[in-house]
Design a protein around this ligand. Sequence first.
Ligand code: NAD
Length: 463
Amino acid sequence: MAVNEQLVQDIVKEVMAKMQLSGNTSAKQTGIFTDMNEAIAAAKKAQAVLKRMSMDQREKIISNIRKKTMENAETLARMGVEETGMGNVPHKILKHQLLAEKTPGTEDITTTAWSGDRGLTLIEMGPFGVIGAITPCTNPSETILCNSIGMIAGGNTVVFNPHPAAIKTSNFAVSLVNEASVEAGGPENIAVSLVKPTLDSSNIMMKHKDIPLIAATGGPGVVTAVLSSGKRGIGAGAGNPPALVDETADIRKAAQDIVNGCTFDNNLPCIAEKEIVAVDSVADELMYYMTTEQGCYLASKEEQDKLTATVLTAKGLNRKCVGRDARTLLGMIGVNVSSNIRCIVFEGAKEHPLISEELMMPILGVVRAKDFDDAVEQAVWLEHGNRHSAHIHSKNIDHITKYAKAIDTAILVKNAPSYAALGFGGEGFCTFTIASRTGEGLTSASTFTKRRRCVMSDSLCIR
Ligand code: NAD
């Protein structure tokens, strides 16, 4: 699935033309509890039913989740933007369509076999049981639906403790998963959530005896909390992905790819380009194409200072700026620009706060490097050891290899926008939980299973 601007513009027009939401968000929601212990008990009961069902029945539930995600993509996108104020509707529609089509289901659960004179041994991937999942406000329903598909495909049920700032959208997604399950002959409460999730409810979940695995998608705080819980944890944490551009790149295309990736859903995806490191000999040309052809606004020193003061507060990121578009951000510092402006650019040192911080908004600082080795060194510094995502525009395979080894990230996109890593205009499956910190990388159904060895001694080898 390729993202092109024309397609996005068409969707914008279509969405804006429709004044009513296509789905019924006020219908009775299922799987939403007021008490975490009750939610876990309900998900446990549902898992007892799910584990007796066949793989084929599991797959039917998953197909129905995909169908409902497609049918409600616009509603979910609009709810997410309205509730959080972050991102944009057309891109969020695409994200929901992508996850519905490309998140792996039961086909991801494979068996390994050894057969020989001493019999037959299998490694089979079994469910953990009830998984606790903590989800972000930046991709709320995307993460819930994607996690649900993978976790249910693995034979688990799931208890969500979503981000409170996106609770309506998150709980609507949880409700869709339950509807999909019941309609396909599965149990109620295959996914559950809370009316009011809090840090306390999250702590109850993390300590609960019936939760053997926790999957946390969010910033560094939540991943550290999960890894300190004493339970097995999958930690999908923060990133600050640099896009490196060397002297062999197609500079015009690099400018287009980087700005397309950076501005997708107003830079909310954790994998999106957050800054550029360009070698000196091509930095000016790159900036030229970004400003003349890609709708980038070149911020002056004074404007950079005003943006820094607006976007970053003493307590960290100003949440009112996260996921906003470039025009809105510029409007906040008194700069009015035309509607074709989609990104803010400037040149600065890697230590510039708008460059070194993970901003999640379309502001792209360009760091100049004296040569390729210097560019790699600066990009590695900027990634802050998150080992999450990085991107490169180069036609030199030695350079690409050197960068890949040095930066050591779960994702490395070459010569394409960052969203190719999610399966948009790139091969491979989709996920919205990239376990950078704990090393599972891009999660899928098999990540949410445990390996079991099943041995038949001296029989069943029929070779
Ligand atoms: P966030 O860390 O503020 O919140 C994420 C979730 O964690 C929320 O449900 C929140 O309530 C919970 N939480 C936060 N601190 C907690 C604590 N100490 N104990 C228990 N729960 C806690 O993040 P956000 O603003 O919602 O999302 C943006 C961040 O998430 C960015 O840093 C982004 O890079 C990261 N992210 C990572 C991935 C990935 O796959 N690696 C995907 C999406 C977002």
